[in-house]
Write a protein that binds this ligand. Structure first.
Ligand SMILES: *Cc1c(COP(=O)(O)O)cnc(C)c1O
Length: 361
């Protein structure tokens, strides 16, 4: 096989070679069924045991307490932007949203269709992006929940502590940093993540929900979007994305084999520090996030001379470094480095960035 490229895509993202090999080896005969996991009914014994297995792995990896349910729901994270208010926001209630960037802003806009929503804080567009401290946020005492995105994938802005908002249920989008560090799940009402970044492939969203939050849904909620009904039916109200669930199980097994969340926590710090150190020391690159809020997953940077952007991307590609172009809304460059992106890939990228800077010094 030709050498695989170093893929820094924001999502869908690189998968570990070992995972692809395992999937390939099981494609024609998964667990003695004589079939692939794609061809198995969702109400069969092998699929049921797969669901139990992946639930068990996630519970263990994330140390999820017993009073939380795991749901495996079709569609991506943005489906949850609608499902959350449908299920958690009562008629006369208000939900508070932290508007810290593109993804949380979208969630806020979507929620407006379903009830009363309120911006607790908007990250100011200062030269250095930072999240204001919780005591500057405005949260109604009776808020149904407080929503935030743990890692803003497009801006490269990450929370490094869980905000303390008392008894108000915290709802958190962890799509782009799940399994990359220890999280005290008991601090949250709901955690959700679509799976195409760190948990496998697209089409599926993992929802972790505290069981006292069931039963708040409006009567109009469609059956397949009803958290309580999905929980009661082991996420099988409708046919779930079975292959994506299979992929998530293989990914979780791989995460375990690498040392679990602890290993990826230190790996993510090493990988991102290498790039931020280089960016800060080089006159060729800039980053616009306060170091206290920089993302370990998505390193956003600009070339000081933007006329060199095209050349940078072309030279990177010739070294096998691909998908470094920044999101169209912010420009510049973005290196997305979820769990499957190895430290070696980041070393190759850092060496290239150093060479490129020397070339243009
Ligand atoms: C990628 C991403 C999304 C979008 O998810 P879809 O699965 O495409 O709907 C939402 N939130 C965050 C934080 C993301 O990184």
């Amino acid at each position: 096989m030709n050498q695989r490229p170093y893929n820094f895509a924001a999502g869908p993202s690189a998968l570990p070679e070992a995972v692809l090999q395992k999937v390939q080896s099981e494609l024609f005969n998964w667990r003695h069924t004589g079939m692939s996991a794609m061809e198995i009914g969702h109400r069969t014994v092998p699929f049921e045991s797969l669901l139990n297995e992946v639930t068990f792995r996630l519970r263990k990896l994330m140390q999820i307490p017993a009073n939380y349910q795991l749901l495996f729901l079709a569609g991506g994270a943005q489906v949850q932007f609608a499902m959350l208010p449908m299920n958690l926001l009562g008629k006369d209630q208000t939900a508070a949203y932290v508007d810290s960037g593109t993804w949380s802003h979208k969630a806020y806009e979507e929620a407006q269709k379903y009830g009363s929503v309120h911006v607790a804080i908007k990250v100011p567009s200062t030269r250095l992006l930072r999240i204001p401290p919780v005591d500057e946020w405005v949260i109604p005492d009776d808020a149904a929940y407080l929503y935030y995105a743990d890692n803003e994938t497009i801006e490269g802005l990450e929370f490094h502590t869980v905000p303390d908002v008392g008894d108000i249920p915290l709802v958190c989008d962890m799509t782009s940093n799940i399994l990359s560090r220890h999280v005290d799940v008991s601090r949250f009402g709901v955690i959700f993540a679509s799976t195409q970044k760190s948990l496998g492939i697209s089409g599926l969203t993992l929802v972790i929900i505290r069981d006292d939050l069931f039963g708040r849904a409006s009567e109009m909620v469609p059956a397949v979007f009803d958290y309580a009904l999905q929980a009661k039916n082991q996420s099988l109200v409708n046919t779930p994305p079975t292959f994506a669930i299979y992929m998530m199980n293989v990914m979780c097994e791989w995460v375990e084999s690498q040392g679990g969340v602890t290993a990826f926590e230190s790996l993510s710090l090493r990988k991102s520090s290498k790039l931020y150190t280089l960016i800060d020391q080089s006159p060729c690159y800039t980053n616009h996030v306060d170091p206290a809020f920089r993302s370990r997953m998505n390193v956003i940077f600009k070339l000081v001379d933007e006329r060199l952007d095209k050349d940078f991307l072309a030279q990177a590609e010739s070294r096998g470094l691909i998908n470094l172009k920044g999101h169209r809304s912010v420009g510049g460059m973005r290196a997305s480095m979820y769990n499957a992106v190895s430290e070696h890939a980041v070393d190759v990228l850092a060496a290239f960035m150093q060479d490129f800077a020397t070339q243009h010094a």
